[in-house]
Design a protein around this ligand. Structure first.
Ligand SMILES: [Zn+2]
Ligand SMILES: [Zn+2]
Length: 248
């Protein structure tokens, strides 16, 4: 299965990742990735880039080595009201906004509270993708989250790193979430969550996972770059993404 978009990657700017943007782009280009989302951690994550890192992403060319570069962020959901650690100023500069729950930022509590946080973050209209929602540390009501994702046009991520180096025990939670998204008419996005260049664009685990649980590939919105671009354009008319049209 060919996947044209990597919707979740980190650079050395996240402090606990190990490759430069240039190295990630070269890796993406070699793997045939058409759109690469650069999504370093939001400001509240220890070691996260400074505010100006995100505000200055406009200096990155739109297309490098045949790869379209999406200016993005993996924002933190900071409380059970679903607030994020970014304001409008940063959001307006971003082509893509991921949001996720991370233990250093928000202490795991009850399923009800995690679910409220995620649903409210989705309802805020600020996010495009809910990342690594199958984290066993933050159990959620998958039906409620899947309904909100479909209602608010938010993609639910299947995270390749959750099956390898991070968030051990994610698999059954990811399966329940993916099935709920399928039942509610939403869409999934595969993200590598690469913290080193040789993982960029490597969706091996996501692909075998989706085959195992029998989810049709048409549900994976980032399989085709053109479709993914259309999704981003539909989310926020302020973003000028027209330069990427030449890629497809
Ligand atoms: Zn994360
Ligand atoms: Zn990440």
């Amino acid at each position: 299965m060919r996947i044209e978009v990597d919707s979740h990657t980190h650079t050395i700017a996240s402090s606990h990742a190990y490759s430069s943007l240039g190295e990630n782009i070269t890796a993406a280009s070699r793997r045939g990735i058409k759109l690469l989302a650069v999504t370093d951690h939001g400001p509240q994550m220890p070691g996260a880039p400074h505010f100006w890192y995100f505000m200055n992403m406009c200096v990155i060319p739109r297309i490098v080595e045949g790869v379209g570069i999406l200016r993005g962020i993996e924002a933190n959901i900071v409380n059970f009201k679903g607030d994020l650690d970014i304001d409008k100023e940063i959001i307006n500069e971003m082509d893509i906004v991921l949001a996720s729950l991370h233990e250093p930022i928000i202490t795991p509590a009850k399923k009800r509270l995690h679910t409220d946080a995620v649903v409210k973050a989705m309802a805020s209209g600020k996010i495009d993708i809910f990342a690594h929602g199958g984290n066993p540390s933050f159990p959620i009501d998958v039906v409620e989250v899947a309904k909100a994702a479909a209602n608010y046009n938010v993609l639910v991520e299947i995270n390749n790193s959750s099956f390898t180096t991070s968030r051990h025990g994610s698999r059954k939670y990811c399966a329940a979430l993916a099935e709920a998204v399928a039942n509610q008419g939403g869409y999934l996005s595969f993200g590598t969550d690469a913290h080193v260049a040789n993982r960029v664009g490597d969706f091996t685990e996501c692909i075998s996972f989706i085959k195992d649980i029998g989810i049709p590939k048409k549900m994976i919105l980032n399989r085709r770059g053109k479709k993914f671009l259309h999704f981003l354009k539909s989310k926020n008319k302020k973003r000028d993404l027209s330069e990427f049209d030449t890629l497809f």
